[in-house]
Ligand binder design. Structure first.
Ligand code: SF4
Length: 283
């Protein structure tokens, strides 16, 4: 069967608003998988609650949608169970930096070999536009008529403070750029964090194409952590591309002594055990 972007399409109805950045992000994800010659049965994706999570039925492959903020642990579990799968966690800035911020931090520290796409539209859009950690301080949002009082989190600054092995930044208005960095993230052996500045015309109309087109500057892949820090702290520009990659740190599974030289996968090994007694006690 010919593998192309249609291989990943489903019949699920479109639920996103016109002009939503999720359209391009989904197309870019599908295109990246096709260019890497991954068929849907080789891909496992975990989706979060949120507008991005509503894309979970719009792309083929093994998919799971869990509790808010928990897309990363689902992905980690799937990867540990079967390293033959390409595993991607798809999550919004709300779920990732509020309910699930611990999973992001420990995922980076542990360096599991998965890819995390953070759709950063700077609000909880599915619940009609409340503030998140990435909403700019002072911005007025639904439920916050006087403006946000807290400081915001700079995702790049947070990630780079945790000795990461891969951090890239893309923009939903640049689908080709997204294809490139998603491919790089999937190929990377370790925990790949890809922050995507996502347009949300419904609840964050100020961060529109004109805003991004004026600020964005594409860079070549960077392997210098100090340079990467300067990129993410720049107040005038938004740098896109692979902001930082470190290929020297080994990924989690390869460091497990009890799995050394084991060629089999846990998902197959477990079939050799009869756990019906344990399960019957749970009934
Ligand atoms: Fe997209 Fe925003 Fe509409 Fe959600 S509310 S579907 S993020 S435009």
């Amino acid at each position: 069967m010919k593998l192309d972007i249609n291989s990943y399409n489903t019949d699920a109805p479109i639920t996103w608003c016109p002009g939503c950045g999720n359209f391009n992000i989904h197309i870019a994800l599908k295109q990246a998988l096709v260019e890497l010659k991954k068929i849907p049965s080789e891909v496992m994706m975990s989706f979060d609650i949120g507008c991005n999570g509503n894309g979970g039925d719009k792309i083929d492959g093994f998919r799971v949608k869990g509790l808010h903020g928990r897309a990363i642990p689902f992905a980690v579990g799937a990867h540990i169970a079967n390293r033959n799968m390409t595993v991607i966690a798809d999550i919004g800035d709300g779920g990732c930096l509020h309910e699930g911020i611990d999973h992001l931090i420990h995922g980076i520290r542990s360096n599991y070999n998965i890819t995390v796409l953070i759709h950063n539209n700077q609000n909880f859009a599915l619940t009609t536009g409340q503030i998140t950690s990435t909403t700019q301080r002072g911005k007025r949002m639904y439920g916050f008529p006087n403006g946000k009082t807290e400081d915001d989190i700079n995702i790049g600054e947070l990630v780079l403070s945790l000795n990461p092995t891969f951090y890239a930044k893309g923009y939903s208005g640049d689908p080709q750029g997204l294809v490139d960095i998603i491919k790089e993230g999937i190929k990377h052996k370790g925990f790949s964090v890809i922050e995507i500045m996502q347009i949300c015309p419904t609840y964050n109309p100020e961060s529109n194409m004109a805003f991004f087109n004026e600020k964005i500057k594409k860079i070549e892949k960077c392997t210098d952590i100090n340079k990467a820090r300067r990129y993410v702290l720049d107040k005038e520009r938004i740098y896109t591309g692979v902001i930082y990659q470190n290929k020297k740190r080994r990924e989690y599974y390869s460091l497990l002594k009890n799995r050394k030289n084991r060629k089999s996968e846990l998902v197959d090994e477990v079939k050799g055990y009869n756990i019906s007694n344990i399960l019957s006690k749970l009934e």
